[in-house]
Design a protein around this ligand. Structure first.
Ligand SMILES: Nc1nc2c(c(=O)[nH]1)N[C@H]1C(S)=C(S)[C@@H](COP(=O)(O)OP(=O)(O)OC[C@H]3O[C@@H](n4cnc5c(N)ncnc54)[C@H](O)[C@@H]3O)O[C@H]1N2
Ligand code: MOO
Length: 404
């Protein structure tokens, strides 16, 4: 058995970024930029007022009160074309260009004015409330560098830079094939000893959340013919995930059957719990992850291996699940040779750290504690027994990959 880190390295070594496409910036949130983006505009294009008030020369308001003659008006979207000279002021509004000759804005609260004159009661240093041309960015500046996940904030910047389209990685397509005679889809008629297939839906939702497109190939029955037929549809995918049939039982057909269809196995079995029978290889030219059938195993394998692989397919440096320190709410026994990922809740805080309680049953078939968990407690192989209050490492499960 190989370690979790070794397995991830082997997977990432085999993954290449997918191709690119050009899309509208309104569709770009969450997508990965494939090329640097340069501004097509200087912002602000000219010196502009940041306030409603009067454009003046700072020298004219060095001594207050100062009476100035109003010679015109500049509103956002328009301009005052004349030149401001000594003793003059221009009525100006937020976002309007500064008239030539003016260098300072006096907010209107600091003035008294009628039609023709303004009395400035509070002076201001030169440049007050003036946004210089190019304050934000200049034509030709690189505004965003690739690779980068486009955030809603980036979309605002792209729009302001007058960039309506961007080149992004296309979304990687991930084919998901469930296997097992016992499986039926949610809502279908279900026999006494059957179970509802939850795995592929869970992993599909993760693929979607991580920026990929899940392709559901359905459920293959535990026969070579069914598996061969279903896997044929993986052709257009960038990656294939099989769910179940990864272990050593007589009905675990993934490896023996797919080997005849072009599967070459890189590794099989990892020193982790759950997820031990994970398999990685190449199936007819595309990377393939063979995940164990138990839903918790496939979810944790997705966190540790599939999401970093999706990052790599999207041309990003692969992100690992973020870890943080926490305290145990109870004693914990020593670990064996497998790296352990255990579902737990967070109940309050002590010394600035979350306090975690493990679910008493960690069976990898159990979805209710998976859904209720706030975090996974991570334990290294052969970790020693710990007492209540000891420090441990967790992977928080709420929004672990923030993108806004
Ligand atoms: N003799 C051994 N037996 C097993 C070992 C072992 O090392 N030696 N490993 C165990 C571990 S650990 C796991 S994990 C499982 C993995 O088994 P498979 O990948 O072959 O998966 P299946 O046998 O097909 O299914 C396991 C379990 O999960 C349920 N399942 C399968 N698909 C789905 C689905 N789409 N949605 C929900 N649940 C699913 C299935 O009904 C089984 O209960 O092997 C152990 N055995
Ligand atoms: O490795 Mo299995 O995934 O413990 O249930």
């Amino acid at each position: 058995m190989i370690s979790v880190d070794e397995a991830r390295e082997k997977i990432l070594k085999e993954i290449r970024a997918v191709g690119t496409e050009v899309i509208s910036i309104s569709d770009a949130a969450g997508r990965v930029l494939a090329e640097d983006v340069r501004s097509r505009r200087t912002q602000p294009p000219a010196a502009m007022s940041a306030m409603d008030g009067f454009a003046v020369r700072a020298a004219d308001v060095a001594n207050v009160p100062a009476k100035l003659r109003i010679i015109g008006e500049s509103a956002a979207g328009g301009s005052f074309d004349g030149e401001l000279k000594a003793g003059e002021a221009v009525r100006i509004f937020t976002g309007a260009p500064l008239p030539p000759g003016a260098d300072t804005i006096i907010i209107q609260e600091d003035t008294e004015f009628d039609g023709g004159t303004v009395t400035v009661k509070e002076g201001a240093a030169k440049g007050t409330y003036v946004r210089a041309a190019g304050l934000d960015f200049r034509d030709g500046d690189i505004g965003l560098r690739a690779p980068r996940i486009v955030t809603p904030r980036d979309i605002g910047l792209l729009a302001a830079m007058n960039v309506p389209w961007v080149t992004v990685r296309r979304k990687p397509r991930v084919a998901l094939l469930s296997t097992g005679d016992e499986l039926v889809r949610p809502g279908e008629p279900v026999g006494e000893n059957q179970i509802i297939s939850s795995n592929s839906l869970l992993v599909a939702a993760l693929v979607d959340a991580a920026g990929g497109v899940p392709l559901d190939l359905g459920i293959a029955r535990d026969t070579a013919a069914s598996l061969r037929e279903k896997v044929r549809d993986a052709g257009s995918a960038d990656m294939l995930i099989t769910l179940g049939g990864a272990s050593v039982g007589d009905h675990d057909l993934i490896q023996p059957v797919l080997a005849k269809e072009g599967l070459s196995v890189d590794f099989w079995r990892i020193a982790m719990r759950p997820g031990k029978p994970l398999m990685f290889g190449n199936f007819a030219g595309i990377p393939m992850l063979g995940m164990p059938g138990n839903p918790v195993s496939s979810m944790i394998c997705s966190y540790l291996f599939l999401i970093p692989a999706l990052d790599a397919l999207r041309g990003l440096p692969p992100r690992l699940p973020p870890r943080q320190k926490a305290l145990l709410a109870h004693d914990l026994k020593q670990n064996d040779q497998r790296e352990d990922y255990m579902r737990a809740t967070i109940d309050g805080e002590e010394k600035g750290l979350p306090v975690v309680t493990l679910f008493p049953k960690q069976d990898s078939s159990m979805l209710s504690p998976l859904s209720a968990a706030d975090c996974l407690v991570v334990r290294a192989p052969f970790a020693k027994a710990l007492s209540k209050g000891a420090e441990i490492e967790i992977i928080p499960l709420h929004q672990p990959y923030p993108a806004v």
